[in-house]
Design a protein around this ligand. Sequence first.
Ligand SMILES: NC(=O)c1ccc[n+]([C@@H]2O[C@H](COP(=O)([O-])OP(=O)(O)OC[C@H]3O[C@@H](n4cnc5c(N)ncnc54)[C@H](O)[C@@H]3O)[C@@H](O)[C@H]2O)c1
Length: 419
Amino acid sequence: MPKYDVKDLSLASKGKLRIEWARKSMPVLGIIEKRFAEEKPLKGLTLGACLHVTTETGALAATLKAGGAKVLLCASNPLSTQDDVAASLVKHHNISVFAIKGEDHKTYYSHIHSVIDGKPNLSMDDGADLVSTLLKDRREMLPGVIGGTEETTTGVIRLRAMAKRGVLAYPIIAVNDADTKHLFDNRYGTGQSTVDGIIRATNRLMSGSVFVVSGYGWCGRGVAMRARRMGARVIVTEVEPLRALEAVMDGYEVMPIADAVPIGDIFCTLTGDIRVIGKKHFQKMKDGAIVANSGHFNVELDLETLAGMSKKRRKVRDFVEEFTLKSGRRIYVLGEGRLINLAAAEGHPSSVMDMSFANQALVAEYMVEHHAEMTRDVYSVPPRIDREIARMKLQAMGVEIDKLTGEQKRYLQSWEMGT
Ligand SMILES: NC(=O)c1ccc[n+]([C@@H]2O[C@H](COP(=O)([O-])OP(=O)(O)OC[C@H]3O[C@@H](n4cnc5c(N)ncnc54)[C@H](O)[C@@H]3O)[C@@H](O)[C@H]2O)c1
């Protein structure tokens, strides 16, 4: 048995069945796993992963192991671990997992340190907490690390800030920025699972509700799209003119958050920003307003201030906390302001994670082959990997597309022919 810290190993059989279910919708990762098992491209590599411990991550961990890597895994959010999956990875896949759903801040970081204790050569992050812990507290481990990968927008922003300030210690490939990642995972994955998380937590009817989406990036547009199709009246708040304009042209009402707070029934932030909803907003919300976040960190809602403004707070359902303001009005915060799709639902559906994690697996292989040519910077996923994943996904879905003829290829590379 590997080293581990999970909630309960007796949950392993349930986790095994759930990972099996996820793998049915992950055909691209399955093809990669088969090749990895034959070629062992990750042989001798110790891979430290700080990812949401979900069924899909279970499938990825198995793929990386099939490729010859030793895998150590901790959670990238205190509330996103699926304890049955963590148990199954330890028991059935011999993978060192350090993750318990609901772990406190101290345990969260001690689990990251447990992964680092295993001397990873490659880091796989979702939010950059593993890299930042290595840089801040465990610099003695840096010489052994050849590179890393990053799964999410917020992590890429943090890593670019590290590169800009010259503190990034090894090359990183930004998996989030691959088209086969953010165009699908952030949009359709976060879109569906965020609305799913809000509904599972509250059982409220979307139809007829006023749903306020803050941030019209890839995640925000996915949530807006799904909420609208379920009958909600969707309001978008933004800070970037281009994104706001897209939301207007997509048919949404766009206004400042200060104007949206008195009319919204349900609020969801997906900005990657801090204090998007704060004191002056909570003060103006309707009695019974529901507030959630699906951006990476729990800083988008100023919950500390909300607590200070409240005379009473109590848990009223799983993942629903009621804050009663001094005025008597009540505000309901979902999942402690953490990613609601992972806190109250199961995270992204497997079919989109198939592409995100195919990127992770192929990029890990690429990093092993090319790390010596790379510098301490944040790199894009090579376009050939992105295209190959799109091709494999279409093939797995049974979708055929046209091919350029010789004449079309020549035409598209020429300039002579005009009107
Ligand atoms: N819940 C999940 O499973 C999940 C999945 C993928 C990404 N994420 C996270 O979701 C967040 C958004 O990701 P994305 O890919 O959509 O990023 P993005 O950069 O495409 O979009 C973010 C948008 O928020 C806007 N914004 C910033 N500050 C704002 C403010 N104060 N008010 C209103 N809008 C503001 C930006 O202008 C931008 O358009 C990130 O933190 C990312 O890491 C979560």
